[in-house]
Design a binder for this molecule. Structure first.
Ligand code: SF4
Length: 377
């Protein structure tokens, strides 16, 4: 199982909380699209022996590309790689790009999954985050999209300053009213050097309240689980048959290629990342060079990565896999380190797998880091 991630580094405007790589100038869009197509060709040998099962347009805002431009990139994938018969092809899209006509046109492309950046149905939240869409557009696009696509995910953000638990619950209920089969939800985090961090520092926006984010996480979990969603990854909830194939493969440690500026790649042993600069990226690709830095993972890195992703998912961390892939020393270390968290009812062992309890879920990243091994040898 292999996936191709394609990064579209353009946005209409900068959301206050965002630290992803994007540009608000579309001047280089044509050159960038040609470079993406060429990178796909230059890297075709990476997946010579494997079949591509998922294609994921992420960003940035991929819905800023026209359907013809998206189709052009999809054609480049098919030209250079062996693609499975029924690949999952996801487009991250923002509500302001999803007019009724656009959705109907998209339904006639090979794209079969939409991941829509709703974030909130409340105007005040959207303004605070500087989203390009308004609450009316959020509702209208979902109303239409659910008539043309079966496989839809929407994103919601919790822990927004000033948003009460009642408001958060209303957001969840509004999302559920559209009957989408997948919801991704993240706590608002204050990344350094973002506008949000600067506004909080100046006292223009109140700081995020970790305790409230914690409460809202459990409101979300309870509400969605009661509506037949499976909480299959810390930030992801899906109905049966609608888990993200692309992201599940990533969490299970499968290989993927990241195309485009700032995109990451992984082949099981090495991790690579493309330059986070559109001009440098385009220039390098035009000269037939891959602007990628590659790091070979040590056994300890691979173990740490497995612990981090495994504890975030319902699949947990397999002691058998740890022993087989990394050795008995790692397995013994994991047993020893996890004991304190098992005693605190934050972790438990079931069927030779280490998993987080409900109580431990919100803390899973912190717990994982306590189970990491140091790269000493
Ligand atoms: S649309 Fe997405 S990628 Fe673009 S600025 Fe907003 S959060 Fe960041």
């Amino acid at each position: 199982m292999s996936g191709i991630y394609i990064h579209i580094p353009f946005c209409k405007q900068a959301c206050h909380y965002c630290d992803f790589h994007f540009s608000t100038s579309l001047k280089k869009k044509d050159d960038l699209i040609n470079a993406l197509s060429k990178e796909l060709e230059l890297r075709k040998d990476d997946f010579k022996k494997t079949t591509v099962k998922t294609i994921y347009f992420g960003g940035g805002t991929p819905s800023l590309l026209t359907n013809d431009e998206l189709q052009y990139i999809i054609n480049s994938v098919y030209k250079n790689y062996k693609v499975s018969e029924d690949p999952e092809i996801t487009l991250e899209a923002n509500p302001d790009d999803l007019s009724k006509d656009r959705i109907i046109d998209l339904a006639h492309t090979p794209i079969n999954r939409l991941s829509i950046g709703i974030q909130s149905f409340f105007e005040a939240d959207l303004k605070l985050m500087n989203r390009a869409h308004n609450a009316k557009e959020a509702k209208e696009c979902l109303y239409v999209a659910t008539q043309y696509f079966d496989n839809i995910s929407l994103d919601l953000i919790y822990g927004i300053p000033g948003a009460s638990n009642e408001q958060w619950l209303a957001n969840i209920e509004m999302a559920l009213s559209y009957n989408v089969p997948h919801i991704s939800s993240y706590a608002l985090t204050v990344e350094p050097k973002t506008a949000l961090a600067a506004f909080i520092k100046k006292g223009i926006i109140e700081d995020v309240d970790d305790e409230q984010a914690h409460e809202q996480f459990y409101i979300l979990k309870e509400k969605l689980e009661a509506s037949d969603f499976v909480h299959y990854e810390l930030s992801n909830f899906g109905k049966d048959g609608f888990f993200s194939k692309n992201n599940s493969a990533y969490w299970k440690g499968k290989s993927y290629i990241g195309i485009g500026p700032s995109a990451h790649s992984f082949n099981g042993k090495q991790r690579g990342w493309n330059v986070s600069n559109n001009s440098k990226y385009i220039k390098a690709i035009q000269q037939n060079e891959l602007p990628i830095e590659i790091e070979t993972l040590t056994t300890t890195d691979q173990y740490n990565e497995y612990i981090m992703t495994g504890l975030r998912t319902i699949w947990g961390v397999s002691f058998v896999k740890v022993e087989n892939d990394f050795g008995t020393t790692f397995k013994d270390y994991l047993i020893e380190q996890s004991e304190v968290f098992i005693n605190q009812h934050l972790l438990y062992i079931d069927d030779e797998h280490l998993r987080v309890t409900k109580k431990g879920q919100f803390l899973s990243d912190g717990i994982a880091s306590e189970l990491f091994k140091l790269n000493l040898s």
